[in-house]
Design a protein around this ligand. Structure first.
Ligand code: NAD
Length: 480
């Protein structure tokens, strides 16, 4: 059976479909998913535009109750949805379930935010005039999401969009339509008026482009690669109404380890940051910047710890790391493994394609040493379980290396020095800074986003999400 798109309050079948393949076992097809046509996308956008006037003025109690109900169902089904997520994306089951729980919590958080949206009132320069500042929904928002967080990223875009009164056209990544489809099924039964939420599955070049090119879409929230993000930005600026945009993109995140660090804690942070979830997190640390005196013992202990990681089928309880998401990503990882060595880096551990009981894209976590900041392996996002150790002489050199990148998503430091920790928090050029913590792993009530080439536009998540999903109106009144 082919899983259909959801357009204007109805499930719509399509003549074309793609197989959703389990990266832990390529013989296992999760399901087939409909591919939306250009006309389907237009219908979804029209439905959203038609639903917008009423939804944008709907009761905040109604919105609260709907979002709360969605969160309740997600949490009640966390094991089943987590299994689906791990099967289609390849992150280990505990992480799959954890991501589903996160999605449920996000819906609950924004159920509360519906009730908390506030305005402002200012005195006027002109006697008797009142100045009211209110926030209104933006309109029809196109949500374009990547494959590495198949339910959390759709959730952290959908929940604030609905909370603040917008209508949605969601295009999930073609590699992982299953979790988004399951979420759409929950939304379809949650009491939303027809057209408020629409799901269109398919490729970036057909479905994504149709959303970008439509004159009836008011705003785009995109998460994905820099290359695609640039195309999204160009299309938004070129459109007649100059769509509002929010872009969350790649990273080349540093984790600094100073001589005075608690070495056990630093190794744990590095292991988690670089390799958990197969290194396929935008906030993964792929540069481990380590000062001279601790360098050798840190590398030795990190390699020991890497040998303890079990790479296997994501659904096996003993697996600590699942497979790479697909053959294309595996080829990219292997290309960078070759490149790192050609550039003079030493592959100190891992980087081997592994055979397991089922055919899948298994790669052992890889660690390079003898890397300097000029090498491509230290400059470009690999998006796999591949990290490079960069040796530096002191904190000043570590900070300079950490900031020597076009990206700026997350940056971490392991140190017991309050002085260096405070200095790093202030001077790291990143949207998120972690002290004695992994570079990945954030809270859902706090703002998330980056700087430089990693992000463009307002932050996602927490109450900061209202910057993107609402637009500010300033009204001047002279009570006559
Ligand atoms: P991608 O850019 O290939 O695809 C992202 C989405 O854009 C997909 O839905 C895709 O179909 C769509 N798309 C592709 N071409 C398009 C086009 N021409 N027009 C419209 N849409 C198009 O990224 P990916 O491989 O799915 O995800 C990995 C990337 O995402 C990495 O770079 C990672 O760092 C980044 N990421 C960033 C964050 C963050 O919050 N900063 C979070 C997760 C992932």
């Amino acid at each position: 059976m082919i899983q259909p798109n959801y357009i204007g309050g109805e499930w719509r079948h399509a003549s074309e479909a793609i197989a959703n393949i389990n990266p832990s076992n390529t013989n296992d097809i999760v399901a087939h998913y409909a591919q939306a046509t250009h006309a389907d996308v237009q219908d979804a956008i029209d439905a959203a535009a038609t639903a917008f006037p009423a939804w944008s003025r709907s009761s905040i109690q109604l919105r609260h109750d709907i979002l709360k109900g969605i969160g309740d169902e997600i949490l009640a089904r966390k094991d089943e949805l987590g299994m689906l997520l791990s099967r289609e994306e390849g992150k280990v089951l505990a992480d799959g379930i954890g991501e589903v729980v996160r999605a449920g919590q996000i819906f609950h958080f924004f159920a509360g935010e519906c009730l908390r949206l506030a305005g402002d009132r200012l005195a006027s320069m002109r006697p008797g005039v009142e100045v009211d500042i209110t926030r209104e929904p933006v309109g029809v928002v196109g949500l374009i999401t990547p494959w590495n967080f198949p339910i959390a990223i759709p959730a952290w875009k959908i929940a604030p969009a609905l909370a603040y009164g917008n209508c949605i056209v969601l295009k999930p990544a073609e590699l992982v339509p299953g979790s988004a489809h399951a979420l759409a099924d929950i939304l379809a039964r949650a009491g939303l008026p027809a057209g408020v939420f629409n799901l269109v599955m398919g490729s970036g070049s057909v479905v994504g482009e149709a959303i970008l090119r439509s004159d009836n879409v008011d705003a785009i929230s995109f998460t994905g690669s820099v290359t695609t993000g640039r195309k999204v930005a160009e299309a938004c600026v070129a459109s007649d109404r100059m769509k509002k945009m929010q872009l969350e993109m790649g990273g080349k995140n540093p984790l600094v380890v100073l001589d005075d660090a608690d070495i056990e804690l630093a190794v744990g942070c590095a292991l988690n940051s670089a390799f958990y979830q197969t290194g396929q997190r935008c906030t993964a640390a792929s540069r481990l910047i380590v000062t001279d005196k601790i360098h050798d013992s840190f590398v030795e202990r990190l390699i020991d710890a890497m040998h303890g990681l079990v790479v296997d089928d994501a659904l096996k309880p003993e697996a600590s790391i699942g497979p790479v998401v697909d053959q294309r990503q595996l080829d990219q990882d292997l290309r960078y493994l070759r490149l790192g060595q050609e550039e003079g880096g030493r592959l100190a551990c891992g980087g081997e394609v592994l055979a397991r009981a089922t055919p899948g894209f298994y790669l052992s976590p890889a660690l390079f040493t003898e890397i300097d900041q000029t090498m491509r392996i230290a400059r470009e996002e690999v998006f796999g379980p591949v990290a490079a150790v960069i040796r530096v002489k002191d904190y000043g050199a570590a900070l300079a290396a950490a900031n020597d990148t076009r990206f700026g998503l997350s940056a971490g430091i392991c140190t017991t020095s309050l002085k260096y920790a405070s200095h790093f928090k202030r001077n790291a050029e990143a949207g998120t800074v972690m002290v004695n913590l992994p570079t990945a792993g954030t809270d859902y009530h706090a703002p998330f986003g980056g700087r430089k080439g990693s992000s463009y536009g307002p932050r996602e998540q927490g109450r900061y999400a209202q910057e993107f999903y609402t637009t500010v109106k300033t009204a001047y009144t002279l009570p006559a």
